[in-house]
Write a new protein. Structure first.
Length: 461
C-alpha cells in the first residue's frame, strides 16, 4: 500500500483509535527493544559463565600437570565435555574419558590461537557432540597445551526458552495494555463526546442553550467553559443585531410613512385639501423627512462600519478647539444660544470629520433639550484634552446616564421621536471617542447635563 493509501486510512481512524495505535506501536517497540537487550545480556552472561568454567577446569588440569599428579583418563566435572593435553607437535598425550586420544579437537591454526588466549566456538560433530562446542586452552611448559571443550547446548536451550517466552508474552502484554488503554482513553474522551452532542443540539433557534461542563479543572473543563463564554458572546451579539434591525426598521418606517401619506395626498388631489397645506409646504415637509431619512441612514452606516472595525484610524494632528469654533456658526439660528469657549489650540491625533461629528452630535443633543443656553468648552485638564458640552435642560437621572449611550435609546421625559432625534447620536459619540482612544461620560450640571469627552493629546512636533 502506498503512502497516500496509508494517509487515507490514518485519517479515517477516530482520535481514540489513533491514540491507541500510536501507544500500542510505542509499547511494542519498547518491549521489543527491551527483549532484545535482555536476550543479548543473557547470552553474554551465560557465555561468560561457560568460559569461566572451562578456563577454571583448564587451569586445574594444568596444575595437576605441574604437580606431576595428572591421572589418565583426566577427571572432568562441572559440565565439561572433553579435556585433552596436546604437546608441541599436536599429539594427544592425555585425555578425559570419551575424548579422542589420537586426533586433537583443534587443528594447527586454531590450536595456535587458543595457545595465545583465544576462545573458539566450533562444530561439535567432530567431537561427537550435538550443537556448538566452546573450546579454551591453557598453555604448559614445553609447548604443551590443555584443551577443554564445553558444550553450548544448555546455553542455547536456555536462550531459546527465553526467546520463546518473550515472543508469546509480549504480544499478549501489548494486547492487554491496548485493551486497558482503549477503556482509559474512552473514559478520558467521554466529556469531549458529551460536548460534541451538546454542540450538535444547539441550533439557531436554541442558541441560548449551553454546553455541559464536566467536573474537575482539566483541559476539557476549561475548553467547555471557554466555549460557553463564546456562545454567550455570540448570543449577546445576536440579540443586539436583532434589536438593532428591529429599531432601525421602526425608525425608517416613520419618515417613509409620512412621505407616502403626503405624496398620496398630492397625487389624489389636484389642489390641496383645506388644512393640508400648500404645495411649497408639502415639498418642505418631504424635504425634511428626506433629510431625516438620510441622516438616519448615515448614522446606521457609521455604526455598522464601527462594529466591523472599518472606520479609518486616527492618522493626523487635529485642533479640536478650531473644530468647535467652526461649529459655532452652525447654531447661529438655534432655539437656544450656543457659546463656545476654546481660547487655545488643543491638538489630538484623529480624523477631522469624525471629531467634527462627535462635537456636533453632543451639541445637537444639548440644543434639543436645553432650556436657555448650551456651552461648549475645549480645555486641557493636564491629562489629554477635555471637551465638555453643557445644557441647562431637565437633566438625566444617574441610573440612566449609561443607558442613554445604547442605540435607539430615548428617555420618556426628554427624548421623543418627533423632535428630530433618532436615538443614535450618543451611541455614535461613544464609538468615535473609543476610535480615538478616549472616553465619554455624562455628569450632573445642576440643572442639566454635562457631557465630557476625554481624548489623549497628540505628541508635540
Amino acid at each position: 500500500m502506498n503512502a497516500r493509501g496509508l494517509t487515507r486510512r490514518w485519517h479515517r481512524l477516530t482520535l481514540r483509535g489513533r491514540l491507541i495505535l500510536i501507544g500500542s506501536v510505542g509499547v511494542a517497540a519498547g518491549l521489543a527493544l527491551g527483549g532484545l537487550i535482555l536476550v543479548r545480556t543473557l547470552e553474554f552472561t551465560l557465555q561468560r559463565n561457560l568460559d569461566e568454567g572451562a578456563v577454571g577446569t583448564a587451569r586445574d588440569v594444568a596444575g595437576l600437570v605441574h604437580a606431576g599428579r595428572l591421572s589418565d583418563p583426566i577427571p572432568v566435572g562441572g559440565g565439561v565435555s572433553f579435556v585433552q593435553v596436546v604437546d608441541g607437535r599436536g599429539r594427544v598425550t592425555a585425555a578425559s574419558a570419551g575424548a579422542d586420544r589420537l586426533v586433537p579437537m583443534l587443528g594447527p591454526g586454531n590450536l595456535t590461537s587458543v595457545r595465545s588466549g583465544a576462545r573458539l566456538t566450533v562444530d561439535g560433530e567432530q567431537l561427537g557432540i550435538t550443537g556448538a562446542v566452546r573450546v579454551v586452552g591453557e598453555p604448559l611448559p614445553g609447548g604443551r597445551t590443555v584443551l577443554v571443550a564445553v558444550s553450548e547446548r544448555g546455553t542455547a536451550e536456555s536462550i531459546g526458552v527465553v526467546k520463546g517466552t518473550l515472543l508469546v508474552a509480549f504480544p499478549i502484554l501489548v494486547g492487554l495494555l491496548a485493551a486497558v488503554a482503549w477503556r482509559v482513553v474512552g473514559w478520558t474522551l467521554a466529556p469531549v463526546e458529551t460536548l460534541r452532542r451538546g454542540a450538535a443540539e444547539i441550533t439557531g433557534t436554541s442558541s441560548a442553550r449551553r454546553l455541559p461542563v464536566p467536573a474537575g479543572n482539566d483541559e476539557v473543563h476549561r475548553l467547555a467553559v471557554t466555549l460557553n463564554d463564546m456562545l454567550e458572546r455570540l448570543e449577546s451579539t445576536r440579540r443586539r443585531q436583532r434589536a438593532f434591525v428591529a429599531d432601525a426598521a421602526h425608525e425608517l418606517r416613520s419618515p417613509l410613512a409620512s412621505m407616502r401619506t403626503q405624496l398620496e395626498v398630492a397625487v389624489r388631489l389636484d389642489t390641496p385639501a383645506p388644512g393640508a397645506g400648500s404645495q411649497p409646504e408639502l415639498l418642505t415637509d418631504l424635504l425634511t423627512d428626506l433629510n431625516r431619512l438620510a441622516d438616519l441612514t448615515n448614522d446606521l452606516l457609521l455604526l455598522a462600519r464601527a462594529d466591523e472595525g472599518a472606520l479609518p484610524p486616527p492618522a493626523e494632528r487635529v485642533d479640536v478647539a478650531a473644530l468647535a469654533k467652526e461649529l459655532a456658526g452652525r447654531y447661529a439660528g438655534a432655539r437656544v444660544p450656543v457659546q463656545v469657549e476654546a481660547p487655545e489650540a488643543r491638538w489630538v491625533r484623529g480624523t477631522p470629520g469624525a471629531l467634527r461629528q462627535l462635537i456636533a452630535n453632543l451639541a445637537d443633543n444639548a440644543v434639543r433639550h436645553a432650556t436657555t443656553q448650551v456651552r461648549v468648552a475645549v480645555e486641557d485638564p493636564g491629562e489629554g484634552v477635555l471637551i465638555t458640552v453643557t445644557d441647562d435642560g431637565p437633566g438625566i437621572a444617574p441610573a440612566d446616564r449609561e443607558r442613554v449611550f445604547g442605540r435607539f435609546t430615548r428617555l420618556d421625559d426628554a427624548r421623543a421621536r418627533d423632535d428630530g432625534g433618532s436615538g443614535l447620536g450618543l451611541a455614535i459619540v461613544r464609538e468615535l471617542a473609543r476610535l480615538h482612544g478616549g472616553t465619554v461620560t455624562l455628569a450632573d450640571a445642576g440643572p442639566g447635563v454635562r457631557a465630557e469627552v476625554r481624548l489623549p493629546a497628540a505628541d508635540r512636533v
